[in-house]
Design a binder for this molecule. Sequence first.
Ligand code: BTN
Length: 333
Amino acid sequence: MTDSNTNGHIVGLYPLIKLLSDGRFYSGEHLGEQLQISRAAVWKKIRKLESLGLPCHSVRGKGYRLENSIQLLDAARLAQIVDDELGEHNLEIDLRAQVDSTNDLALDAARGGQSSGYTCLAEQQLSGRGRLGRNWVSPFARNIYLSMLWRFPAGARSLEGLSLAIGVAVVRALEKSSLSGLALKWPNDVLLNGEKLAGILLEMHGDSSGQCSVVIGVGVNVDMPQSAGVAIAQPWTDLGRHLSNVDRNKIAGSLLAEIYRSVQMFSESGFLPHKSAWEKYDGFFGERVSILLGEKELIGRAAGISDRGEFCLDIDGELRHFGGGEISVRKCL
Ligand code: BTN
């Protein structure tokens, strides 16, 4: 685990958070010994934790404890899950405490010459990005934020449908924890009973006609605090509302393995092998929908996807295809 120095919030606090993560009491003396700092310095750090949304109890004679225990991501456990699921692989895990955006880190890694499979995960994003210029709400140690780098020698054209294939991979990973009611909304929003559970943002680096790299950013709401969720401008949900005892490491490990598998298969065989799986989870098929193309709105019936992963809209019997770009699809009420 590396601390990122983005704006100083986490630097120096992460080791203390790790010691306190189980929610039990630890004396200032013990914490000071472990961290090799004075008791006064421990107290100062405890106060800073509040600003991260991690309130602490302090009780004379007992010490300090986090008001709520937290489950931190654990790089060794993630690596073990990935090894068990994939066998041989080139997935490289870079776990950070706090970053601006994991996509930024993976894009930097692309510029720095890292190979396919480099993956950054973070406990918190200060400027998490969503599609269509939105923010992605990314509180500390609650959800999953990850970005995987993949290199494509044949340029942007060979990427058609990749974002849909990743949507399928995310659904597959989440289904391993016995969730039902998962569906996909074109191109790749993951919905649970109609509410947004996870989002995917693909960003490209390099030459669109030649060698290029793609960063596959995935965010999954695991245990979104209500106080943070108010900033989300659409109906949302998280795993905690639907499952008991969610193991964030297990979910993240399965996501890494499924995304890796999927992008590897995609780079060899393109979108077609993923199409029927996407159709199986199509949450909008046959529904009356409106699609927004910038200022323009079109209304019709959702008619599935093309072999290239484009959205098909039936407008009064005329079938139109919409690919890539910044379009958003909504069910008509
Ligand atoms: C969406 O709007 O649905 C896409 C959301 C993508 C969020 C993830 S979280 C990890 C990665 N880093 C980012 O800044 N965004 C993506």
